[in-house]
Design a protein around this ligand. Structure first.
Ligand code: NDP
Length: 314
């Protein structure tokens, strides 16, 4: 028996369709939400991420702007830029693409962003709102995880939810959102004893650890809903053979594309054991940029004293 696939691309399209309408309505009222992405240095992955964020903005008709600065940029220069963006009225969202170069004090720069424009939801003020369950800007990937769960009709109320990973960006906020949706949560990390046994308690299991196919069948309660946040790139035949029991298809992909993307969950095990699961690629990944767009529109509304549309959080 195969588990139900929770299709992130389909859910992305549903959300973007609703968002498009909301943007059109805002436009009629003279509001054109805008996002500024700040890219420092020449990290190729960051360049790809920023390009696709700007492209998504454009496809929705949102105002977008990309500011690219060299790898030698200092903390002071970035603080000055952030201050200017904070004061520009047409900028609703400020996105500082991470990682910043090593000489830059990343925390200081992120904390300088006006919390009302912090569309990544990383500012301590927004983290405080999240923890206390008040409306604010929620980190995009965790917000995407919750949208997938909700839109797939999975009941969170009363469910046991286990989150593997405790990062500020994914693990902790995801656990908070699950809790606000009335799941009983357990957060695991690298010091958790007998991780498979703890993970097996989860009616909902979220894997966000950054370890290719680490979560195998013995971590999964039969019939559980498994959300795989992991994005790990396999580049060699040896890596592919280590991850897949039947590597035929993945090896073809490797030969054609030069790499294979896998999550933190073993893909064949999850298919056999879970009741429902997000595939990689095509699960959580497509939701992250989508939720950034949602946050930009939400920031535009909130800055003008308008209520947010009930999409996330509640
Ligand atoms: P981090 O490296 O910041 O955090 C990883 C977490 O996993 C840590 O809390 C760590 O524990 C825990 N962990 C690592 N190894 C183990 C282990 N063997 N057993 C138990 N816990 C372990 O990663 P992120 O949270 O930033 O990202 C997690 C994954 O999600 C990555 O694959 C990343 O690529 C992906 N990601 C995907 C996104 C998307 O759009 N789909 C967006 C963001 C991230 P400890 O704290 O003890 O070190």
């Amino acid at each position: 028996m195969s588990g139900r696939i929770l299709d992130g691309n389909k859910i992305r399209d549903e959300i973007l369709k609703d968002l498009q309408k909301e943007i059109e309505d805002l436009r009629k009222g003279g509001i054109n939400p805008g996002l500024t992405a700040v890219l420092v240095g020449d990290n190729p992955a960051s360049q790809i991420y920023v390009r696709s964020k700007v492209k998504t903005c454009e496809s929705l008709g949102l105002f977008s702007e990309k500011i690219e600065w060299p790898a030698s940029t200092t903390t002071e220069q970035l603080l000055d830029l952030v201050d200017k963006l904070n004061h520009r009225d047409e900028v609703d969202g400020i996105l500082i693409q991470l990682p910043l170069p090593p000489q830059v004090d990343t925390k200081k720069v992120l904390e300088a962003v006006d919390p009302a424009k912090d569309v990544d939801g990383f500012h301590p003020v927004n983290i405080g709102y999240l923890v206390s369950g008040r409306p604010g800007l929620v980190p995009c990937t965790p917000a995407g995880v919750i949208e997938i769960i909700k839109r797939s009709g999975v009941e969170m109320k009363g469910a046991r939810a286990v989150v593997v990973g405790r990062s500020d960006i994914v693990g902790k906020p995801t656990a908070m959102l699950l809790m606000h949706n009335h799941a009983t949560i357990t957060i695991c990390h690298s010091r958790t004893r007998d991780l498979p046994a703890v993970a097996r308690e989860g009616d909902i299991l979220v894997a966000a650890m950054g370890k290719a196919a680490y979560v195998t069948g013995d971590f999964i309660k039969p019939g559980a809903v498994v959300i795989d946040v992991g994005q790990n790139v396999l580049k060699t035949e040896e890596e592919v053979r280590r991850v897949f029991r039947d590597p035929t298809e993945a090896l073809q992909k490797l030969a054609a594309k030069g790499s294979v993307l896998v999550g933190d969950v073993q893909p064949e095990d999850v298919r056999e054991k879970a009741g429902a699961y997000t595939p990689v690629p095509g699960g959580v990944g497509p939701l992250t940029i989508t939720m950034l767009m949602v946050n930009t529109v939400q920031a535009a509304r909130a800055r003008r004293g308008m209520r947010a549309q009930a999409l996330t959080q509640s």
